[in-house]
Ligand binder design. Structure first.
Ligand SMILES: Cc1cc2nc3c(=O)[nH]c(=O)nc-3n(C[C@H](O)[C@H](O)[C@H](O)COP(=O)(O)OP(=O)(O)OC[C@H]3O[C@@H](n4cnc5c(N)ncnc54)[C@H](O)[C@@H]3O)c2cc1C
Length: 404
C-alpha cells in the first residue's frame, strides 16, 4: 500500500490526511505537540469561524495575495464540500453575520475532534504526537521521508508539509517549516505579521478597550490613499485594533510611512454633520463645548478629541468661533493618526508571505523543486482577510495535497 506522511496536525494537515486516506493510502500523521489542532482551538475567539457560506466564486474578493494560485484547490474542495464533510460526521454548523460558519456548539475543539474522528475511521491511519521533525530525507531531488528530532526516521512515497506559519508560536507553528524549505532551495517571500493591530505614534492608552461601531477608516501610504474600510474599531493600550484595522494591516509594508484617517460619523456627510453640530450648539449655547461633543461620541473619546483640537474644554459653546467649529468638524470626519508599526507575530492572526507559489503545482501542492514533497496551508505565500477564508484555504490546499 502506498504511504503518505503528513507533518502537522492543524487544519491543513488533517484534511491532507482525510483526502489521502480516501485514496486508500497508508497515512502517518506526525505532530510536535501533545495533541492535534492547538491553533484551531483559539480560532474565532475559541468558536472557530470554520469557513464562509458565500458562493466559492466570491472568496477570491477576500484573498489579496496570490488568489489565482488557489482557484484549483478552492474549487476542487470548496466550502460546501467542507460543510458536508463536517455535518455528515456529526458536527452541526450554523451561519452567522457575514455568512461566517461556526460549530453550533460554539466550541472550536469540536472541529478538531470531528476531523480526527474521520481519520480514525480508517485502519490505515496512525498518528504520533510529541514528535517534532527536524529534517527531510531527500534522495535524487525526491522526498522519501522525514527525520524526527530524536533521530528516528520514517519513509513514505509522499511527504506533505502542513507545518503552519509563524504566528502564535505557542500553538506549534514557529516558522520552522520555512527554514527547512529554504535549506532545500525553496524561495521564501518576505514574512510579516498580518491581521494584526496597529501601533500608533500617539498614546491612546486612556481609551484602551473602547470599541466604536460603524466607523470608516482610510489608510494612507506615504501620504497617498491606498484603501479604506467600514466597520468596528477598537482602541488598545498601544494603538488601534478591531476588524477594520486587522483588514488594513494586510496593506502595511516595511520601510514606508503610514497614517490612518478615522471618519467617526460616516453616515453623515460634512454638510449634514455641520448642520447637526450647529443645532446641538444652538440648544446648548451656555454649556461647555464638551457637552455638545458628548452628544455625538462616547464621553472619554469626546474629551480626548477636544484636547486634540487644542480648544479649551471648558470654553462655552457661544464663544466657539467659526474656525474652531471647522476644526471640530474635521476632527469628527477626518481624524488623522500616524502609524508607528504593526503588532508582532505573537498576536498576528496570520503570517503574510511564505513559500513562493511559483515553485508549487497549484493542483496538488507538489513542490516543483523536490518531487513527492507537498506544501500546504499557511506555509504558502497566500492569505485572506477575516471571515473564515484562511481556514478554508488551509483545508482546501491540504485536501489537494492528499489527493492522487
Ligand atoms: C488567534 C487566531 C484566530 C484565528 N481565527 C480564525 C478564524 O476564526 N477563521 C479562519 O479562517 N482563520 C482563523 N485564523 C487563521 C487560521 O487559524 C490559520 O490560517 C490556519 O490554522 C492555518 O492552518 P495550517 O494547518 O496551515 O497551520 P496550523 O493550524 O498552524 O498547523 C500547523 C501544525 O504543524 C505543527 N508543526 C509545526 N512544526 C512542526 C514540526 N517541526 N514537527 C511536527 N509538527 C509541527 C504545529 O504544531 C501545528 O499543529 C486564526 C488564527 C489565529 C492565530
Amino acid at each position: 500500500m502506498k504511504k503518505t506522511i503528513v507533518i502537522g496536525a492543524g487544519a491543513s494537515g488533517l484534511l491532507a490526511c482525510i483526502s489521502s486516506l480516501k485514496q486508500g493510502r497508508d497515512v502517518l500523521l506526525i505532530e510536535k505537540n501533545e495533541k492535534a489542532g492547538k491553533k484551531i482551538y483559539i480560532t474565532g475567539k475559541g468558536r472557530c469561524n470554520v469557513t464562509n457560506n458565500k458562493d466559492i466564486s466570491e472568496f477570491f474578493d477576500y484573498i489579496p495575495r496570490n488568489k489565482e494560485f488557489l482557484y484549483s484547490s478552492l474549487y476542487s474542495f470548496d466550502n460546501k464540500m467542507l460543510i458536508n464533510l463536517l455535518s455528515q460526521n456529526g458536527l452541526k454548523l450554523k451561519v452567522e453575520r457575514g455568512n461566517r460558519v461556526f460549530p453550533e456548539s460554539d466550541k472550536a475543539s469540536d472541529v478538531t475532534k470531528t476531523l480526527l474522528k474521520i481519520c480514525k475511521k480508517y485502519d490505515n491511519f496512525s498518528v504520533i504526537y510529541n514528535s517534532p521533525i527536524s529534517d527531510l530525507i531527500i534522495e535524487n531531488k525526491e522526498a522519501t521521508g522525514v527525520i524526527l528530532k530524536n533521530g528516528r526516521k520514517y519513509y513514505a512515497d509522499k511527504v506533505i508539509l502542513s507545518m503552519g506559519g509563524k504566528s502564535y508560536k505557542a500553538t506549534g507553528s514557529n516558522g520552522y517549516g520555512y527554514k527547512l524549505l529554504k535549506k532545500y532551495s525553496h524561495s521564501i517571500t518576505k514574512l510579516s505579521p498580518g491581521l494584526v493591530s496597529l501601533i500608533t505614534k500617539k498614546d491612546f492608552s486612556n481609551l484602551s478597550g473602547l470599541t466604536l461601531k460603524n466607523v470608516n477608516v482610510t489608510l494612507y501610504e506615504n501620504g497617498k490613499k491606498i484603501c479604506e474600510k467600514f466597520g468596528d474599531l477598537l482602541f488598545t493600550h498601544t494603538g488601534v485594533s478591531g476588524p477594520v484595522i486587522l483588514f488594513l494591516s494586510l496593506y502595511i509594508k516595511e520601510n514606508k510611512s503610514y497614517s490612518i484617517s478615522i471618519d467617526f460619523k460616516p453616515a453623515l456627510d460634512k454638510n449634514t454633520l455641520e448642520q447637526r453640530l450647529l443645532n446641538d450648539f444652538a440648544k446648548n449655547s451656555n454649556k461647555n463645548v464638551i457637552s455638545a461633543f458628548d452628544l455625538l461620541l462616547p464621553k472619554n473619546l469626546a474629551r480626548r478629541l477636544i484636547n486634540e483640537s487644542n480648544i479649551d474644554i471648558s470654553k462655552k459653546i457661544n464663544q466657539i468661533t467659526k474656525e474652531e467649529r471647522t476644526i471640530l468638524l474635521n476632527i469628527l470626519k477626518n481624524f488623522k493618526l500616524k502609524i508607528d508599526s504593526k503588532g508582532g507575530f505573537n498576536e498576528a492572526i496570520i503570517t503574510m508571505g511564505g513559500v513562493d507559489v511559483k515553485e508549487i503545482n497549484p493542483k496538488n501542492m507538489e513542490s516543483k523543486i523536490i518531487k513527492r514533497l507537498h506544501i500546504t496551508g499557511e506555509m504558502l505565500d497566500v492569505y485572506a482577510t477575516t471571515g473564515g477564508y484562511n481556514l478554508q484555504i488551509a483545508f482546501s490546499t491540504g485536501y489537494a495535497a492528499g489527493k492522487e
